[in-house]
Write a protein that binds this ligand. Sequence first.
Ligand code: APR
Length: 320
Amino acid sequence: MARKKIALIGSGMIGGTLAHVAAREELGDVVLFDIAEGLPQGKALDLAESTPVYNSSVSLKGANAYEDIAGADVCIVTAGVPRKPGMSRDDLLGINLKVMKAVGEGIKAHAPNAFVICITNPLDAMVWALQQFSGLPANKVVGMAGVLDSSRFAYFLSEKTGVSVADIHAWTLAGHGDSMVPMVRHSTVGGLPLPQLVKQGWMTQEELDAIVDRTRKGGGEIVALLKTGSAYYAPAESAIAMAKSYLKDQKRVLPAAAFCQGEYGVDGLYVGVPTLIGAEGAEKIVEFDFNDAEQEMFNTSVEAVGGLVDACKDIDSSLK
Ligand code: APR
């Protein structure tokens, strides 16, 4: 069987980390694509020169032309610009929407059979636009945010309880923003739902609330520490978990921005939901039972996503 091909559209901090992990895990040959000349070539060469050290039989190539992503099995999209001081959310939306148009057309022309994972922010709106611009089936285009947000949630729970991250299942659903919904009743530590942990004295309700709040603000916490740039290790690992589930048909259920068609009462939008990812892409959405408070938080977050999608439609009339 020929090696798999992984195209990384955007070769910045997350793109470079994706290439590193993909090469180390021998997931397939890697193409780093970027509009910046030299950047993807330099990162690809540096990483290629590391493969003999750990005996990884994959090739890495840098590219500035979409022709080089031809036939990719997986495309992971980080192309775009981050929000800079003085830039409004709408400014960012407009800029990255144009980037999604170029990327979507490039994928459509050269890698129409790929499984596409979008990471570019604002995530839920950008993955929606990318699916529209690429014309790929909705089950082959997903967004990465929930695995990252849930991993942050799990880490904070592990830090607090002293329980291994391996025995924590944390879920963060809905949109990737301040209104994301860490699922307290559905997340477990050593099999115990979080409200039980509070009952049993592992932590107080206030401590649990603080962890939920820290999870929601997890991206900002890293930005404040780094001062220049945003998180890249955890986002890259999160997207790799999704890519692996597709490439190896693992059928893992991961929180992903998936296209909802009635699930959770959402129709025609991408939002973070538990998604079974296998060889067919996003194969199934798992529906948690929500109580009224959870449904309300979820709906609020979905409304925020809907607002961003409407703003995209206002900017680009080709979007429906
Ligand atoms: N086509 C291809 N690459 C592009 C394009 C484009 N039209 N526009 C910008 N890029 C490239 C930039 O040249 C840069 O190398 O995208 C890369 C983005 O890399 P970084 O700025 O380092 O951003 P990174 O930290 O990797 O995050 C990427 O993921 O989490 C989100 O908010 C984050 O939207 C951001 C994205």
